[in-house]
Design a protein around this ligand. Structure first.
Ligand SMILES: O=C(O)c1ccc(O)c(O)c1
Ligand SMILES: [Mg+2]
Length: 602
């Protein structure tokens, strides 16, 4: 289907918005009046620019407070409309959006509304323009799509139809029963379809709409369900994104437009009108790769954690450290040195690496040059929105040439270690404006499932955190973001290592010279109040800095190493079917990390 985006959804000047929309692959745009008013380009120049960029202007918007008003007021409205219809002729666009009136002058009179909209449509017709009437969820008298449609039906004018906007519809009701009326509207009377998602917030609907809309698949609405109803009417206009969002207004237009277009590709897949390569769900974490300017502190940390350096890459300054099924690559390649030690890449075990890369590419993920030398196994890789490189690796079975064919000595004897079995999860801090994008990316491109978003208090901010996982937990990635843009781009990332016995692992780590993050006594006092631990257990946990959490499924014990560069490690013991990440304890851990930073000056 044709795709379109409202200029209000992107940051920058009108020209920047149009360029970003075109580059991301949109077919058209809705021009928001303010963007035109603020542009130095004439309407003819805007028209030409759009044509050069391969964009149609699908909608001009909005006209406000038109209908069901006293005669004198309506005469003024028609005068204003004539002016705008002339403008639209110059722009070369034929559909105008009229949103339901919020004016105190408007009367609760459907007959009057229909009659005046019909007069407006008469005038529009003279200019070859169609009027699409949309119910704002906060409209004074018309606030539902059914009501707007009844008025359009009453007016019965060929140049008057309705505009459906998923936000206005789904913010009022998520009951599928309430959407059934859509199927009764003849498709040719739906002049336009605007799409936006939103997080499920309990707040004033106007504020919700103007500040928190997001792209389909990034919020809590069933946008695909609504689109299915609309398509069942025979609607064949564009799928058009109209997103008012404080973050997107500020973020760079180019990446936002790509994120936006990805959301429409995924939506079209969900409703069955597009068939990109199928998702290939990863089956495990093959490796995590750290880049560092100085291998020494990282090697010391990994050694104390019980990892052994088992191999070296044939052609690159990359070491493989291993314990159980946990594999960590340490890369000191000068080309990769950035801001100190960082988690730069993740190897995802995939049943079909090429298929995974094909899907990623179809969903607009930047495909990275394959890392390959003469004797290397080629690896398909894409970049996540935060820049993390994601490698799709064949499962390390004998039949498939695995990623570690690139390494020598892969069969070296492993030492006993501290009981680390595998990587439990990876935690990546996202740039402040990439959180919604990151969730959609990991869900749609990697086929992971997003869990609930949780807020975590940090002494110097509030973090939002959301995990994306496979159903069996073989891949867990925790994405988090600060509430506001941060000067400090070097946010912490961490690698959580799974063990069946965190006390033994922590003791082994410390015995080998590792330093565990200390937690305050008040925390253990609170644990004693909440749970029936013995004094010995509590003393052990306090000594090792072990934190505790429990949910309906099971228990969680975890502790932390000091941070090297941007990276620290966590040792975790999951018992039963515990599904979380100890979010309950995160404020205490974050405060302890701030304290530790102060103490060590780093
Ligand atoms: O918030 C608004 O005023 C507004 C304007 C035009 C729209 O299409 C819309 O959905 C909302
Ligand atoms: Mg709208």
């Amino acid at each position: 289907m044709r795709t379109s985006i409202a200029t209000v959804s992107l940051s920058g000047s009108l020209t920047e918005k149009l360029t970003a929309a075109s580059r991301a692959g949109f077919d058209g745009v809705e021009i928001f009046e303010n963007d035109l008013l603020a542009s130095p380009l004439t309407p003819e120049e805007i028209r030409a620019r759009c044509a050069d960029l391969g964009l149609t202007i699908d909608l001009y918007q909005p006209m406000r407070d038109i209908e069901a008003v006293p005669e004198a007021e309506f005469a003024r409205n028609l005068r204003r409309a004539r002016h705008k219809f002339e403008l639209m002729r110059r722009l070369g666009t034929d559909t105008v959006l009229v949103c339901s009136s919020v004016s105190p002058l408007a009367e609760d009179d459907d007959t009057l509304a229909a009659a005046q909209l019909s007069q407006l449509a008469d005038l529009a017709q003279e200019f070859g323009v169609r009027v699409a009437y949309e119910a704002l969820a906060w409209g004074r008298h018309v606030s539902t799509y059914e009501h707007a449609w009844r008025i359009v039906e009453t007016a019965d004018h060929p140049a008057l139809g309705t505009c459906l906007d998923s936000f206005h519809i789904l913010s009022r009701s998520s009951d599928p029963e309430d959407l059934k009326g859509i199927a009764d509207i003849p498709g040719e009377k739906i002049f336009y379809l605007q799409l936006a998602d939103a997080p499920l917030l309990a707040m004033d609907v106007l504020q919700w709409s103007r500040h928190y809309r997001c792209f389909p698949g990034q919020g809590g609405f069933d946008v695909a369900g609504l689109v299915r109803h609309v398509l069942s009417t025979g609607y064949d206009g564009p799928l058009s994104l109209e997103v008012f969002n404080d973050v997107f207004r500020q973020a760079e237009a180019g990446p936002t437009a790509i994120d936006a277009h990805r959301s429409l590709l995924v939506l079209q897949e969900a409703v069955g009108v597009l068939e990109p390569p199928a998702p290939v769900v990863p089956t495990g974490i093959a490796f995590a790769e750290l880049v560092t300017p100085d291998a020494e502190p990282v090697s010391a940390l990994l050694g104390a954690l019980g990892f052994a350096r088992t191999a070296r890459h044939r052609t690159k300054p990359v070491d493989l450290w291993q314990q159980g099924e946990a594999r960590i690559l340490v890369n000191t390649g000068p080309a990769l040195r950035r801001d100190g030690t960082a988690l730069a890449a993740i190897g995802l075990e995939s049943p079909d690496p090429e298929g995974a890369a094909r899907r990623a590419e179809a969903l607009l993920a930047p495909v990275l040059p394959r890392r390959r030398t003469l004797e290397d196994a080629p690896l398909d890789a894409v970049a996540a929105p935060d820049g993390t490189e994601l490698f799709f690796c064949a499962r390390t079975t004998p039949e498939l040439p695995g990623w570690h064919a690139d390494f020598t000595d892969a069969a070296a004897q492993l030492p006993a270690g501290t009981g680390v079995q595998r990587i439990d999860h990876l935690a990546l801090t996202q740039p402040w404006h990439h959180f919604d994008e990151a969730t959609l990316f990991h869900r749609s491109v990697l086929g992971l499932q997003a869990q609930e978003s949780v807020d975590v208090a940090d002494p110097y901010g509030l973090l939002r955190s959301r995990a994306v996982t496979t159903p069996d937990g073989s891949v867990r990635i925790a994405l988090s973001v600060g509430a506001a843009p941060s000067e400090d781009g070097a946010h912490a990332q961490h690698i959580a290592l799974a063990t069946e016995d965190v006390v033994t692992a922590a003791r082994g780590f410390r015995k080998s010279g590792g330093q565990l993050l200390r937690m305050p006594a008040n925390y253990y006092d609170d644990l004693a109040a909440r749970f029936a631990f013995t004094e010995d257990e509590l003393a052990t946990y306090q000594d090792l800095g072990i934190l505790y959490d429990r949910d309906a499924g099971g228990e969680f014990r975890h502790c932390y190493t000091r941070t090297v560069g941007r990276v620290f490690f966590e040792l975790v013991q999951r018992d039963g079917d515990y599904r979380g990440y100890g979010a309950q304890n995160a404020p205490v851990r974050l405060a302890a990390q701030h304290t530790a930073k102060g103490l060590t000056g780093g």
